[in-house]
Design a protein. Structure first.
Length: 309
């Protein structure tokens, strides 16, 4: 992860380079440094009689205002997480990490916080870096085994659930209408509404889940298909609205504009622009919504990731 001459400058060289992270104990506190996209994610296990680490949370909020490189700081009852901006030059990384971590270590020491496994709090067993569903945790082997069993059991329970397809489709259609309205309104402001296309998909899935009782794989697929269909109708309605505004003085109703939109586009030479807008809308919608759709598909199958670093 770091060149040796850089690693030894980080927290007095007490952390071991595991390839994808630095991990180890520094002044009695279990610490892990992960290199993310543009920042370092620093995890530290710490707990005390401070209920849910609320005093620690207040300290971190103030610490964030004092140290420019600290982008974000969060706590749990047994740990804290800081995101530290990655310097442009590798030689400045030790200073950035040390400046963010050392005041926290001092606070934890003065507050008599303890450190150990993030889950069982045991201070007498070694801990390892486990990446669980994209998040890093410092846990002991026993807790890691229990977490794995819980995730597997949850996967089996999720896969056993079945949705009510008919009610789910109704919910997906009703939910997608919200996103469709947003698409039309944004289009009227002069933009191609990719974010609204993603909203159509998200609202469709939420609607399916609400009325179908559960968002399973069928629900994700059906909701995605409905998103594709509703984007088409949203784009057609938006263009029909423009056509109606231009032709209403000639006696055209909105229904006429919608019904004869193809002929209107051919006669005005705008068919190419219409289909270009539709294509761009689809691309932007899937770019904006792909991550959510993939996450929903994995969640519908109870999928999980757990990897030891």
């Amino acid at each position: 992860m770091f060149k040796e001459k850089v690693r030894v400058q980080i927290l007095e060289g007490k952390l071991t380079d595991k390839g994808k992270c630095l991990c180890g104990s520094y002044r009695g506190y279990e610490i892990m440094v992960n290199q993310m996209n543009g920042f370092y994610q620093i995890c530290m296990n710490a707990h005390s009689d401070d209920v849910n680490n609320q005093k620690l949370a207040a300290f971190l909020a103030e610490h964030k205002t004092k140290v420019k490189g600290v982008l974000d700081a969060k706590i749990s009852p047994t740990a804290l997480l800081m995101n530290v901006k990655m310097p442009a030059f590798g030689s400045k990384c030790p200073a950035a990490i040390n400046e963010a971590v050392m005041p926290v270590i001092q606070y934890l020491t003065m507050g008599r916080y303890s450190s150990g496994c993030e889950y069982c709090k045991s201070e007498n067993v070694p801990v390892s870096d486990y990446e669980i569903n994209g998040m890093h945790h410092l846990v002991c082997e026993n807790c890691a085994g229990q977490i794995g069993q819980n995730l597997q059991q949850n996967q089996q329970e999720v896969q056993a659930k079945k949705s009510r397809v008919a009610e789910g489709i109704v919910g997906a259609v009703l939910g997608s209408l919200i996103g469709c309205i947003l698409w039309i309104l944004i289009y009227k402001l002069g933009y191609i509404a990719g974010i609204a296309g993603a909203a159509i998909g998200i609202c469709a899935m939420k609607g399916y889940e609400m009325l179908g009782g559960h968002l399973d794989k069928k629900g994700v697929v059906i909701s995605s298909v409905i998103m594709v269909v509703m984007i088409y109708f949203g784009n057609r309605i938006a263009w029909s609205w423009d056509a109606y505004d231009a032709l209403k003085d000639q006696g055209f109703t909105f229904f006429d504009s919608y019904q004869y939109l193809g002929e209107i586009l051919d006669q005005t030479g705008l068919a190419g622009d219409y289909y270009t807008d539709l294509a761009i809308g689809y691309v932007l919608s899937f770019v904006c919504g792909a991550r959510y759709i993939i996450h929903a598909f994995r969640a519908s199958n109870g999928s999980y990731t757990m990897k030891k670093h």
